[in-house]
Design a protein around this ligand. Structure first.
Ligand SMILES: C[S@@+](CC[C@H](N)C(=O)[O-])C[C@H]1O[C@@H](n2cnc3c(N)ncnc32)[C@H](O)[C@@H]1O
Length: 260
């Protein structure tokens, strides 16, 4: 078995699905930090130091995020998308794919909670998934430092977070209960569920190959219900081959809608 295959097995991530150059750069940076001279030495180091498995996995799946990242996108969700869904559906299902440490699904949950005050008969489930189990543990705990909350206003902080003595803030149970976290690999080809009303997949596919990105667009298309919304990252775009699957809803905020 090749060293790359062996590393893939050890960290349970299929490196060949990512751009080769990206994988190389991440592994080289771990090699520098572990003082290993070549790929073979790094492989040996990985076998002998199990904690390095998590460090490499983390390096490959960078998980920078924050509450209400790109606030204008959430404003469109709050003003237009969620009220539209609440008018049309008794039960709303949203998939936040590549949720990292949970700030994105919890931001949506805060908006959903506010909306439900006006639509008491509507039920909402937010499925939040990531490949990385370490970030999912943090997401489930729902405890953040002040910096992650810089886009959250004071009123929302008081209402939806418990402030702890050590300066951290914990998401309150009424928000936590709206989100179901699960481990899921977006390259597995299977959706977390179907008949979804909205999917957000932001800043996740930057390191995917074009083919992986297009396959994923097909996957989201088939998992969404008629007229479902698809939100991608501010710097992302759909390739020409899959463009026809969605129509722009708000081009500026990169919000699309499933084409009929
Ligand atoms: C930069 S974070 C994005 C977080 C959030 N969506 C946002 O925009 O703030 C990217 C996340 O994608 C996850 N990711 C990378 N490859 C993945 C895969 N194949 N399946 C599921 N999640 C993946 C990483 O683990 C990481 O947590």
């Amino acid at each position: 078995m090749s060293l790359q295959k062996s590393i893939e097995r050890l960290i349970r991530i299929k490196c060949s699905s990512y751009k080769e150059d990206y994988i190389k750069r991440r592994i080289l940076s771990r090699m520098r930090l572990t003082n290993t001279a070549d790929f073979e030495a790094y492989h040996k180091y990985l076998l002998e130091n199990p904690q390095e498995l998590d460090l490499l996995r983390n390096a490959l799946t960078i998980n920078v995020t924050k509450f209400f990242r790109d606030p204008e996108v959430f404003e469109v969700m709050r003003r237009e998308i969620l009220p539209d869904l609440a008018r049309r559906r008794r039960s709303i299902r949203i998939w936040c794919a590549g949720c990292a440490t949970g700030e994105e699904p919890y931001s949506i949950a805060i908006l959903v909670h506010e909306l439900m005050a006006f639509h008491k008969d509507v039920g909402v489930t937010i499925y939040a998934t990531d490949i990385d189990t370490v970030v999912l543990q943090k997401a489930t705990a729902g405890i953040y430092d002040r910096k992650a909350l810089e886009n959250v206003d004071e009123k929302r902080i008081r209402k939806h977070f418990i402030s702890h003595d050590d300066g951290t803030f914990e998401v309150r149970p009424h928000i936590k209960d709206l989100v179901k976290f699960r481990q899921h690999d977006l390259m597995s080809g299977a959706p977390i569920t179907r008949y979804l009303d909205a999917v957000t997949c932001r800043n996740v596919t930057i390191y995917f190959t074009e083919k992986q990105k297009n396959d994923l667009t097909h996957l989201f298309y088939s998992a969404l219900a008629v007229d479902g919304y698809y939100v991608i990252g501010k710097t992302e775009y759909l390739a020409r081959e899959v463009e026809h699957l969605f129509t722009p809803y708000n081009a500026m905020q990169k919000i699309l809608r499933k084409a009929a």
